[in-house]
Ligand binder design. Structure first.
Ligand SMILES: NC(=O)C1=CN([C@@H]2O[C@H](COP(=O)(O)OP(=O)(O)OC[C@H]3O[C@@H](n4cnc5c(N)ncnc54)[C@H](OP(=O)(O)O)[C@@H]3O)[C@@H](O)[C@H]2O)[C@H](O)CC1
Ligand SMILES: [K+]
Length: 469
């Protein structure tokens, strides 16, 4: 089996895209049985490692996810594990029947299973089309509750693969979820991703799918050139508003994310300004300064008519701009000039933008982010536990779940400042959004528990250190 490239293994596929990719492999000569063997044995190895010689119960459903389960069980039996299969339904596909026929171990009833070490969920995968019926739901939850470790294969049963929506309530939480062939959107979408435990991917040679979403990965960021100077590294202009304190959090992060020079325009200089941050009261002079390579507007802007006028003047400067917080609520179509922009809305700001740009607000988060990116011609970072980045050209990047400790005031200001610093440095909106989001999530990971937004802003530097080429 040829190993897929890192780019292909970063793909996030819908069920339809996955099926098409499987069909391409089959059309190229790989049988479904061979695919199932590759998927099942790859997953079986992860199960074997977790089991560490312990006892395993595999729950097999009627489809090919169940077929994977029969392959996993035989793989474990061959490797000497104590394994038993609970058959929830007779195999309904030829590949699953063939896989069952190759299994030489015990098949037992669910009721006979006592407490064991590892439970493997092969009830349903990407073919689940509706909520689990009561008998199967009870069987799944009952078995999950009688095992020390729980491993879901491809996607946990009861989860819709394309949306991450739980089709049943109170589904089990998993120790590990092993994706097969490619990541699915459920692996990065709430609520599913919060219950999956660690996630791993088994490569079965899936090829590149045009237009597929991809997972956010650690960026490679070059150190400044030997002949760099502060302007060439990128000068970031922060347009503060009525509450300049929020802008200070953005500035603290931006100073540690690569930009060479930061200037803040504020009516009143806030207290506690870091010495590295130049503060001016002349916003128009800053907007007219050709050396400013990017702008950030929004943190602490306020929502007054004066704030709206200040936003319009800022965007009229036509520089690459990060638009955050209150500026997102004030943004109107006529204010945009076509300059590269990054919008960083949370849920409420997204709804405000959808109203301002005449969008329905219907659909999955990634679909809403895509619609907003198309309408604004900007890069949209739709923030949440399952942040997605959508580009105006249809690009879609999904982020692995970040620390839940980010749920504290000010972390949005930190993200905006980090992205703005990257935008001042590289001038590319999508790249800046990806680099900034990764740095933000990594800074949170480095901070551990119960950090403040200020500590997070300082940790951006350590996160950047991990990206240096
Ligand atoms: N990723 C790969 O390259 C490979 C993936 N494989 C595995 O195949 C599954 C997808 O297989 P599929 O058969 O399409 O789907 P499922 O195994 O999830 O099961 C679908 C069957 O279950 C029935 N169904 C669906 N929902 C329910 C429900 N709520 N209650 C009862 N039955 C349900 C469905 O029949 P319906 O017509 O009634 O919908 C199907 O019979 C993928 O996840 C991987 O694990 C392969 O190994 C190949 C390589
Ligand atoms: K499953």
């Amino acid at each position: 089996m040829p190993r897929s490239s890192d780019a292909v293994l970063s793909q996030v596929l819908t069920v339809a895209q996955m099926r098409a990719a499987e069909e391409d492999l089959i059309a190229a000569g790989t049988s479904v049985d061979a695919l199932m063997q590759a998927a099942g044995r790859g997953a079986g190895e992860w199960v074997r490692r977790i089991a560490g010689g312990g006892s395993v119960t595999v729950l097999c459903g009627p489809g090919n996810n169940g077929g994977d389960g029969w392959v996993i069980a035989e793989y474990l039996r061959e490797h000497g594990n104590s394994v038993q299969v609970v058959q929830a339904r007779e195999p309904a596909t030829e590949a699953a029947r063939n896989a069952k026929a190759l299994y030489g171990g015990a098949v037992v009833s669910a009721d006979s299973v006592t407490t064991r070490d590892v439970f493997v969920d092969c009830l349903f995968g990407s073919g689940l089309t509706r909520a689990l019926p009561d008998d199967l739901y009870d069987m799944l939850c009952g078995l999950a509750g009688r095992h020390r470790h729980r491993i879901a294969i491809d996607v946990p049963s009861g989860i819709d693969s394309d949306s991450g929506v739980a089709l049943n309530a109170d589904l089990p939480h998993w120790t590990l979820t092993v994706a097969l062939g490619a990541w699915k959107h459920a692996h990065f979408a709430m609520p599913a991703c919060a219950a999956m435990g660690a996630t791993r991917l088994v490569d079965i040679g899936v090829t590149a799918v045009p237009g597929a979403a991809r997972v956010l990965h650690r960026p490679r960021i070059p150190a400044p050139a030997a002949d760099a100077h502060k302007y060439r590294r990128g000068m970031l202009g922060l347009v503060a508003g009525e509450m300049p304190g929020a802008g200070l959090l953005s500035a603290t992060a931006a100073l540690r994310a690569g930009a060479g020079y930061l200037k803040m325009a504020a009516k009143l200089a806030p207290a506690g300004v870091p010495p590295e941050l130049v503060v001016t009261t002349d916003v128009d002079a800053m907007l007219a300064d050709a050396r400013v390579s990017a702008l950030l507007v929004g943190p602490g802007l306020g929502r007054s008519d004066e704030a709206a006028r200040l936003l319009a003047r800022t965007l009229h400067a036509g520089r690459p701009t990060v638009i955050d917080a209150d500026a997102l609520v004030l943004l109107r179509p006529a204010m945009l000039t076509g300059a590269p922009c990054v919008l960083t809305p949370h849920e409420g700001e997204t709804a405000a933008l959808e109203r301002a740009f005449g969008l329905s607000g219907q659909g999955l988060r990634r679909e809403r982010a895509g619609a907003l990116a198309e309408a604004t011609r900007a890069v949209v970072v739709l923030k949440g536990p399952d942040t997605v980045i959508a580009g105006p050209g249809g690009e879609m990047v999904v982020s692995p779940r970040a620390s839940s400790w980010l749920s504290v005031a000010g972390t949005g200001d930190v993200l905006a400042g980090t992205i703005a610093s990257r935008l001042a440095t590289n001038g590319q909106a999508l790249r800046a959004a990806e680099e900034g989001l990764w740095l933000h999530g990594e800074a949170a990971r480095l901070c551990g528990p119960a950090f403040t937004a200020g500590e997070l802003a300082h940790a951006v530097q350590a996160a950047l250190k991990e990206c240096l080429e």
